[in-house]
Design a binder for this molecule. Sequence first.
Ligand SMILES: C[S@@+](CC[C@H](N)C(=O)[O-])C[C@H]1O[C@@H](n2cnc3c(N)ncnc32)[C@H](O)[C@@H]1O
Length: 227
Amino acid sequence: MIKKNPKELVQTFFNNTANSYDKIVYWTTFGKDVFWKQKILEHLSNEKTVLELACGTGILTRKIAEKIPKAKITGVDITKNYLEKAKEKLILYRNVSFVNQDAEKLDLERKFDCIAASYLPKYCIADVLVKNCIEHLNVGGKIILHDFTYPKNKLVQKMWNFYFKLLYLVGLFIPNWKQVFIYLPHVIRNSSWVREYESAMRHYGLKTSRQDLTFGSSTIIVGIKIV
Ligand SMILES: C[S@@+](CC[C@H](N)C(=O)[O-])C[C@H]1O[C@@H](n2cnc3c(N)ncnc32)[C@H](O)[C@@H]1O
């Protein structure tokens, strides 16, 4: 169970969960998802073009479109059901378009001022994703990556582990989410995505910064392409 490659879990997690995703992400993070996305938005100002990888049902996409209405925004996701939800949600936003692609095989033939992704890093290989992002990023542009992290504080770890045990029980009553609640804690605990992405960003010459949020249960890293 624990040895599964996170990428192999993407289909299991997301093929049948698009309809309930927005509610589940809100309630299971106690609304912190809203706060974390707000923190992502603080890194955006007046970019002309924004690419959102793993846009899912478009929660962050809509917030970006509302914060910078003049920007051209492209949402990419590997899961068609999630993209359909995003398209429905943002149907009135003429400056937003969506593409069904794997972020690890990204090929959009244009560059952006900013590339953002929430809850994607742990499913991808850092070197591959960062290289793809850099190829799609204008000079001076930034990459903003956000995802869950396993807290370092021992007491917080105990509470975190207990919470996922509770979620496992909840999952018994929500069949579509059962696999997520079983595997997700293992993926997060075993992931060293922050270290790997920071190291990949630095390797490709980006200037990096990092922000730990909510007792270390999620992290944002930003990489700026200076040349
Ligand atoms: C937990 S959801 C997050 C959705 C959205 N970013 C949000 O914050 O609400 C994770 C999303 O990542 C997408 N995803 C996972 N691996 C991907 C990949 N390699 N390329 C593109 N999308 C991917 C899934 O399809 C899913 O929609």
